[in-house]
Write a protein that binds this ligand. Structure first.
Ligand SMILES: [Zn+2]
Length: 248
């Protein structure tokens, strides 16, 4: 998925066929309609020269689709807010681990992975936010260690090279690919997912270096290199989510 640069746009709220729609004008070529989590917000991006009426007609023609998307978003399981205390279940590479919080008198925190539990060592009196930082840092280290051979493997398989890749904290996407800069960002949340899902997202983003859009050519690349990708995508979006919902 590409995410365009933030533009100076002003959203306008319209009611079309009983649906509240945010309309934004952008320097794009085609109308783009989307339904977004967490509450199924509907947004249409309209090219500068296209009249509002065209946007209205597009929304009317897609009302069924909009309702289906909103129902899907509402039905998605959500991960409850974590306090990062002992006994919680936290995931690493698709496996559940019981969290054990151990307080100590040192300044820095760290994480130790055991067979069935994850030890979170934190300074005495560490807040939830501080605990979260220690855990996130650990997830980041794990992904950063795990990814280089995978990037290498899939870049070779697909015959493409990203100029740069990074692990980022992203709220709504598993990965993004800026095709012009050939830069790939992968979500930190992937550390919680099974390895085949991590690889699928990587293949997906690398495939954008071959084809920018999610068209037949793009899907053919995925079919060839990662045949079960549809099942993996489903798996990614079905498991409890740390944030609200994801696409890639
Ligand atoms: Zn994509």
């Amino acid at each position: 998925m590409m995410r365009g640069r933030m533009m100076n746009t002003k959203a306008q709220l319209m009611h079309i066929g009983g649906v509240a729609v945010e309309l934004v004008r952008k320097a794009i070529k085609h109308l783009r309609l989307g339904v977004y989590p967490p509450h199924g917000r509907v947004r249409i991006a309209v090219p500068l020269r296209v009249h509002d009426e065209a946007a209205r007609l597009m929304v009317l023609g897609k009302l069924d689709w909009i309702q289906r998307q909103q129902a899907r978003i509402a039905a998605r399981p959500r991960q409850t807010v974590r306090a990062l205390v002992s006994g919680e279940c936290h995931y690493f590479l698709g496996q559940p681990y019981r969290l054990e919080v151990i307080c100590h008198s040192r300044k820095r925190g760290w994480v130790a992975l055991h067979q069935s539990h994850l030890e979170l060592h934190v300074p005495l009196g560490a807040s939830t936010a501080q605990r979260e930082r220690v855990l996130q840092l650990w997830y980041r280290e794990q992904l950063t260690t795990l990814l280089p051979p995978l990037v290498e493997k899939w870049s070779t398989a697909l015959g493409v090279q990203a100029s740069e890749w990074r692990v980022k904290q992203m709220k709504t996407k598993w990965g993004t690919c800026n095709t012009r800069a050939r830069r790939i960002w992968l979500s930190l949340e992937l550390a919680k997912k099974p390895l085949h899902c991590v690889e699928y997202v990587l293949v997906h983003e690398l495939a954008h270096l071959i084809e920018r859009r999610h068209d037949a050519r793009f899907k053919a690349v995925l079919d060839r290199h990662c045949p079960p990708w549809r099942a993996y995508r489903k798996e990614l979006n079905a498991t409890p989510l740390a944030h609200e919902s994801w696409t890639c």
